[in-house]
Design a protein. Sequence first.
Length: 172
Amino acid sequence: MMDYFHFIILGIFIIIAFYTDVTKSLLPNWLTMSGILVGFIYHLISDGLNGLLFSIIGMAVGGGILMLMYIFKALGAGDVKLFAAIGSITGLQFTLYAMMYSILFAGLIGVIILLVKQEFMRKMFYTIYRLFASIRSKDFKSLENFKRIESTRFPFMYAVLPGIIMTFYYFH
């Protein structure tokens, strides 16, 4: 049972994160930092310094990879801290798979939203046009405005929850 206790912690953490992200469009620092701290403490108690190292590596990789996506404004800072906490709780391997599935689900959700709104082709052509226009003029401010105004946005937790479930399913 102790081997799976961190998945109970993860489940509670994800449910709270899902609720707050969907209702408030926010992943508060108290939640993400608590997730990181609980992951550290749990793994330190259950496996000593090796457990703490397991947790630190998971946090660094989970937060580090998504930091790159944050730099390119693909997601928010709360999502970076969310995956740092997921990494702290579950370690490197689970976090990488959860991240991969979450990103795949996010792409699928985005395409579905565009298809339902019947804007897919228009947005695809317009996005390509804006990208090439920005490259040609070497002015990326218009591209930033385009991303902020025209992009299809939704809470990343809509993709993270099924990504976590899919990862858990394949791990166990």
